[in-house]
Design a protein around this ligand. Structure first.
Ligand code: PHE
Length: 450
């Protein structure tokens, strides 16, 4: 009996880590991280990101999971229980997925399109300098269709509520994704000219540092670790009291950062190799993955097969994340309006389709429209990651450090005799470092520095 109990405790911690990692590992790691690293200075971006992940990312993830577990509530309920003055904060945090989910589906649609291209054996036509890709996103019909497809699959899963199945799939899929990434990255490094890219990616050049590097790295941290949008509160509320919170957070972080690092290793050296060392090729932004990798696959012996496997895995990783995004929206709607699950799914679907169409149009019929100098999809990405999330994170830190006291979180981490190993670091980060950096980011985002 006793052995059994221990085992179920253990497997439940693994289950928690994997579920959170499934939400965390997605397009943020595979698509967003490499293009940001390429754009914002390579090695220096990587260094800043890693430093932020082990300090700031760690502290915020611990805080969110601990507060979720302590209150047993979603982000809206948790904040109003913790402090009535902070209840609006829960709402702001819960609104973030509404901005992210629609445009996430746009990129998800691009992934399905590329999977299709490889399935029908047309990978060669996608391997060019970007003409194929811009032709595709510039064409309203097809890009709207693939976005719709991705969102419809997500909605179907959320309606059916087959979370168990998804969890099982991600347990098998995540290791395969890691393996394939290692194979592709290994291959990329053998291509002529890739070494210069590797150096650019891993060797920090302090001359490349600017406030933009910091802001971009911080925004990426929120996005990639699913922070500052209430998701981890919900996950925390499902976590068992006897599970070690601190080490779970370390594992989730390791997984998330590991996949991001590998994605950069696949893409950045390849950009160097195929552009003949032309650094301007690094600044192509969101389209980087869709332009560079087809060239890599084209030059590989089994390129078509690798292309198929790769895009299937990216699609699955993206789906597990988009499902968790939509699930959050649906559960907030159900909780607040007493609506039933299926109608709530339809409402979220309809609203998100509308918002996603704005992003799709932003690359096609409305490509002349810019908001704060950005295309529509970029604008949604920017406003959520660089403005709202820092604000939510700042308010969370202030609440914990100066209103409730860090004890609230520390005691939760130390439940059932666990020691909080990084307690000192945690205090310093939440009290001083995080608020200062967050304030800086918020202000410079608003002033349009980035
Ligand atoms: N973290 C996910 C990614 O890296 C995106 C995401 C954000 C998923 C928020 C769920 C919630 O792609």
């Amino acid at each position: 009996m006793e052995g059994k109990e221990k085992k179920s405790g253990f497997s439940s911690k693994i289950g928690f880590v994997l579920a959170a990692a499934g939400s965390a590992v997605g397009l943020g790691n595979l698509w967003r991280f490499p293009y940001l690293a390429a754009q914002y200075g390579g090695g220096i971006f990587l260094l800043v990101y890693l430093l932020l992940a082990v300090t700031f990312g760690f502290a915020l993830m611990v805080t969110e999971i601990a507060l979720g577990r302590k209150t047993g509530k979603s982000v809206i309920g948790a904040f109003s229980e913790l402090h009535p003055k902070f209840s609006a904060l829960g709402w702001v945090a819960a609104a973030v997925p509404l901005i992210i989910f629609p445009y996430y589906c746009v990129i998800g649609g691009w992934v399905i399109k590329y999977l299709w291209v490889y399935l029908v054996g047309q990978g060669a036509s996608a391997a060019d300098d970007g003409t194929y890709f811009s032709g595709f996103i510039g064409n309203l019909g097809p890009s709207a269709f693939f976005m719709f497809l991705f969102m419809a699959i997500t909605a179907l899963v959320v309606m059916l509520g087959v979370e168990k199945g998804i969890e099982k799939v991600s347990k098998i899929m995540m290791p395969i994704l890691l393996l394939i990434s290692v194979v592709i990255a290994g291959y990329v490094l053998t291509i002529d000219g890739a070494m210069a890219g590797l150096i650019y990616y891993i060797k920090p050049d302090f001359g490349n540092f600017s406030i933009k590097t910091l802001i971009a790295a911080m925004g990426q941290l929120f996005y990639s670790m699913s922070l500052a949008m209430g998701i981890l509160f919900t996950y925390g509320s499902y976590m068992r009291k006897e599970d070690d919170l601190e080490s779970s957070v370390r594992h989730i972080e390791l997984f998330d950062t590991g996949v991001a690092f590998l994605a950069g290793l696949m893409i950045i050296p390849a950009v160097f190799a195929f552009s003949g060392g032309d650094e301007s090729a690094l600044g192509t932004g969101p389209s980087l993955m869709f332009i560079t990798l087809p060239n890599v696959f084209e030059s590989m012996a089994q390129g078509r097969l690798i292309g198929i496997i790769f895009f299937i895995l990216v699609m699955l990783a993206a789906l597990t994340s988009s499902i968790s995004l939509m699930e959050t929206l649906v559960s907030v709607l159900c909780e607040r309006t007493k609506m039933k699950r299926i109608p709530a799914c339809l409402v979220v679907f309809a609203v998100s389709m509308g918002l996603a169409m704005l992003s799709v149009l932003g690359y096609s019929s409305w490509s002349h429209v810019t908001i704060m100098g950005r295309q529509i999809l970029d604008f949604f990405d920017f406003i959520s990651n660089n403005v709202i999330m820092p604000l939510v994170a700042l308010a969370t830190c202030v609440l914990v450090a100066y209103v409730l006291g860090t004890k609230t979180v520390e005691e939760e981490v130390e439940q059932q005799n666990h020691t909080f190993k990084a307690k000192k670091l945690y205090r310093i980060v939440v009290r001083y470092i995080a608020p200062v950096i967050l304030l800086m980011i918020f202000v410079s985002s608003l002033l349009g520095v980035v």
